[in-house]
Design a binder for this molecule. Sequence first.
Ligand code: UD1
Ligand code: CA
Length: 500
Amino acid sequence: MSSQEPTAGSAPLAAVVVLAAGQGTRMRSTTPKVLHELGGRSLLGHVLAAAAPLGAGTTVVVVGAGREAVEEHLAAIAPGAVPVLQAEQRGSGHAAAVALDAVPEVDGAVLLLNGDAPLLRAETVRTLVAEHQRAGNVLTVLTAEVDDPTGLGRIVRDDAGAVRAIVEERDATDGQLQIREINAGVYVGDAAAMRRTLAQLGSDNDQGEQYVTDILGLLVAEGAPVGGVPADDPDDVLGCNDRRELAARRRTLNDRVLDALMVSGVTVVDPQTTWVDVTAEVARDAVLQPGTHVQGATTIGSGAVVGPDTTLLDCEVGDGASVVRSHCQLAVIGARATVGPFSYLRPGTELGAGGKIGAYVETKNAQIGEGSKVPHLSYVGDATIGRGANVGAATVFVNYDGVNKHRTTIGDQVRIGSDTMLVAPVTVGDGAYTAAGSVITSDVPPGAMAVARAPQRNVAGWVRRRRAGSPAAKAAEAAENQAAAAGNGRSGPPVADTEQ
Ligand code: UD1
Ligand code: CA
């Protein structure tokens, strides 16, 4: 995740603090909550991505439950972020205090946010910070008007509309439960004021925890200026506490991604069954057919047609290419190339421009040159294939001797006959042919025809003798009688073994 420069005009944030130590009990998972995935990133990854464009000098992530896994993930996605351990989960306020204690040098505006709000967008955070600075607040909380506030902290305002307190649902009065403006769990505040009030937090509430939300009430009591900024899109603030919410957030995120793609000129035939990660890129005039999953760092070129029922993970699909009912990972598919139906492209597959991987083909570590074709029912592993070659149906690149993998090299304009076994390591020179059914164990020079199969032997009359009375014997007899009746004189005892 690259942190970008802060937008001109907005004062930079001193730090971002992400609270991610909670158990996430309601997920009922051995995976820590913030590592659950949607739309190509973990919950934590989405939160960090929303904060990254603000360009804070320091990013702190409070870890606790599932600490090792969270730290490992953090090192992979945001190596600059500092994990801070909250050994005991004593509440969101305690977590925030632990975080700020770990970075005593941080001074100025701090963005504090829950690690489980995957729909939060950078624009929303930017608006919150800008409003905080414009109003000269000491603390500003992101809020939203929602239809169903169940389970969320309520924003209590006075008659003049000023924010007075945040009350958790389990501690709320009946009157407060009616409030539909909720706390998003995203706050921007002055570091010193936060430290001071966090140190005063008690745990006199239904859960016996220190609530970060209580610092707002403490600041109000001090007479400090605080504020609440409603998010433009209430979806932005939705947390993710159980698997049902995870599915709902995933759907919303996907709707947003598809919406942006369609606005930019991509055809999405069936948005209900098309899933595109936030990390993927699709160029205009591409068509995504139903049942298509575009995952990871996949890029799809303009005019390409993907699907139906296709998964692309970390793939590159060139302009005008087509991929039908196939599963592809870490594959590069050239411009105007075609793949499928029903093929499996594994890592290291590179199909050249205008090339073809047809039906029921598996490929792995295979460079297939421009215009070359593997049309049917083949396995192509550890191969280099030149340009304009054709690999006949049911060819196998026999790459594994039981211990090691070996490579096969095929030249330009080669014709591999159907059902050829290419036993690697082996090289077939430019313009060479192999005969159908050959087992190729040694190199074929350019322009040669390699024939490597047993000669054919026909054992005459075998069926009549050995399968007497069978339908096959009857059919053979009928054919012989018909030939005899035709009187062509050539129906006598058939010629013995023939060789081809
Ligand atoms: C919290 C807010 C609530 C708000 C909601 C928005 C509190 C007390 N309440 O409720 O007002 O409407 O988010 O989604 O904050 N955490 C720790 N250490 C702990 C406890 C929690 O790091 O000891 C982290 C969690 O990982 C999580 C965040 O703090 O990212 C909030 O905790 P959570 O239990 O999810 O709070 P909610 O009940 O959702
Ligand atoms: Ca939560």
